[in-house]
Design a protein around this ligand. Structure first.
Ligand code: FUL
Length: 516
């Protein structure tokens, strides 16, 4: 294939509607809750008595109000974690809330959370751990039947599900057992049948695990990656293997640093649209531990994660674990409230653009289309974007603001219906007549928030210095200084990522493309 043919191939890879929707959601909350909340464990061994599950004051409305105040769009609940304890009234096992004192054994946490989500307009998703340390069937074919029955109960009994999160973590050896040979193909088909709009994340074809639990996206996240990236063996082998408290602290060193550059893609023939998700906990643990009440991430830390993930073409999945009372702890609530306020205030700091000069557009795709990011091009408005009429090596946009403003960021979104095209771009500000470079970046994709040192200016220039083909831009926004400065160290860490994945080994020819 020539370079041009290759590029055409990459650009032919575009998201499914369900992928566009989840990318547009930007930020969701993970809720880890279950027997571990009461035993203080991270990985329950499946032997703890259900009688320990006894929240005294559970209020899922409080959880979801917190989620809403934080500005998230959806919630994913650990309906069953590795210990096998089920938070709903399942017919598949007694190891569930039905055997607990909670509401006299008649409680159903999945129902409560999904009802609260509906009440507050938050989407609801499920996490159902494939690894099950309690069920005697684990390790046999009968377990696949049981797992599918659990999926079926969850996907049919609790309203719309936006995401099914399949965890790759497994430490079966810790139980002296060999690992279940999961029939993922069967799980995927069942999910597609029962919940066709739901994304299957992590060990699934729709959303890619970023590869670490430290809150780091790559400096250049690409949505078009070689199909091997959706290879369950790779995902599982990179996932957590032991409950030693070390995995989440590892930072960003468990995956390849580049999954999508032209150079990297040139090694492969088969590609998928596979957007990254950054899953990270607000505390050191995924489950609540009283001893970690003073270790809740600070606002500054959460913002670092937000700008790095949501601002770096990735979905953020932030874990917030309820405590033994069945409430989200005051400390987390307070931080999340400030976080939500920061995000919403920052969104309203968009500066008025009085004039923008861009290369001549295709008819119907004028530059004026791109100042309003509430237009959802994915579902309904195919013309809410700009594209130049002609192909060129570089594209330059001159932006005049209504008056001189102190700004510190620019947000750009590509219309991903045309795949991901921008490979590098720079932002210049005119200060006292001089053209000063304020930002040098790489990918844009579903969204890049380019943060720079505050600068007073009335005129900017954005140069798309390298593109795969002419850009399709959905949105450009310029924002007044919100006081946030992204510290350099986070970026330095990416550069030190080690290429640990031997990608050639893991190509699985059997993998069907479930994205269709
Ligand atoms: C990991 C699990 O082992 C953790 O307990 C947690 O659920 C996290 C989201 O995924 O792989």
């Amino acid at each position: 294939m020539t370079e041009l043919e290759r590029i055409e191939k990459y650009l032919s890879i575009t998201p499914s509607l369900r992928q566009k929707r989840i990318q547009r959601q930007n930020f969701n909350v993970f809720i880890h809750y279950g027997l571990n909340t009461f035993t203080g464990k991270e990985w329950g061994d499946g032997k703890a008595s259900p009688s320990l599950f006894n929240p005294t004051n559970q209020d899922t409305d409080q959880w979801i109000r917190t989620v809403k105040d934080a500005g998230a769009s959806g919630v994913i609940l650990t309906c069953k974690h590795h210990d096998g304890f089920c938070l709903w009234q399942t017919k598949t096992t007694d190891y569930s809330v039905a055997s607990s004192p909670y509401k006299g054994g008649r409680g159903d946490v999945v129902k409560e959370v999904s009802d609260s989500c509906r009440k507050y307009g938050i989407k609801f998703g499920i996490y159902l751990s494939p690894w099950d340390r309690n069920n005697p069937a684990y390790g046999t074919d009968a377990y696949d039947d049981l797992y599918c029955a659990q999926l079926e109960e969850l996907l049919t009994g609790y309203g719309d599900i936006f995401c099914v999160w399949l965890d790759g973590a497994c430490g079966a050896y810790a139980d002296g057992k060999s690992k279940q040979n999961y029939d993922f193909k069967r799980y995927f088909e069942l999910i597609r049948t029962l919940a066709p709009d739901a994304c299957i994340s992590n060990c699934g074809p729709d959303v890619r695990w970023v590869g670490n639990e430290g809150g780091y996206a790559r400096e250049s996240e690409w949505n078009v990656v070689p199909r091997f990236a959706f290879d369950l063996q790779t995902i599982e082998s990179n996932s957590q293997q032991a409950d030693d408290g070390k995995f989440a602290k590892k930072g960003a060193d468990v995956v390849a640093s580049d999954l999508g550059s032209r150079e990297f893609l040139s090694n492969f023939e088969d590609f998928v649209w596979y957007p990254a998700e950054v899953d990270v906990s607000i505390r050191p643990g995924w489950f609540y531990h009283k001893s970690q009440d003073r270790m809740v991430r600070s606002l500054k830390n959460l913002l670092r994660i937000y700008y790095n993930s949501v601002g770096g073409n990735s979905i953020l999945l932030l874990n917030v674990p309820p405590d033994k009372r069945g409430l989200i702890h005051e400390k987390d609530v307070e931080t999340l409230k400030k976080f939500g306020e920061h995000i919403s205030q920052s969104g309203s700091q968009q500066v008025k653009i009085s004039e923008i000069a861009a290369p001549v557009s295709e008819i119907g795709c004028e530059i004026e289309n791109i100042f309003d990011d509430s237009i959802d091009v994915s579902d309904c408005n195919p013309l809410g974007f700009y594209t130049p009429e002609r192909e060129s090596d570089q594209y330059s946009f001159q932006i005049c603001l209504d008056e001189e403003r102190k700004i510190n960021r620019v947000k750009i979104i590509e219309n991903v219906a045309y795949s991901q095209r921008i490979e590098s771009f720079q932002i210049f500000a005119y200060v006292n007549g001089a053209r000063k470079k304020v930002y040098d970046g790489t990918t844009v994709g579903y969204g890049r928030i380019a943060l720079f040192k505050p600068v007073k200016t009335q005129k900017l220039e954005i140069v798309l210095s390298k593109v795969r083909k002419k850009p399709y831009i959905e949105f450009i926004g310029v924002y007044e200084d919100n006081g946030y400065v992204l510290k350099k160290p986070a970026l330095y860490r990416f550069k030190q990522w080690i290429h640990r994945v031997n990608y050639k080994v893991f190509i699985d020819k059997e993998n069907k493309n479930y994205s269709e």
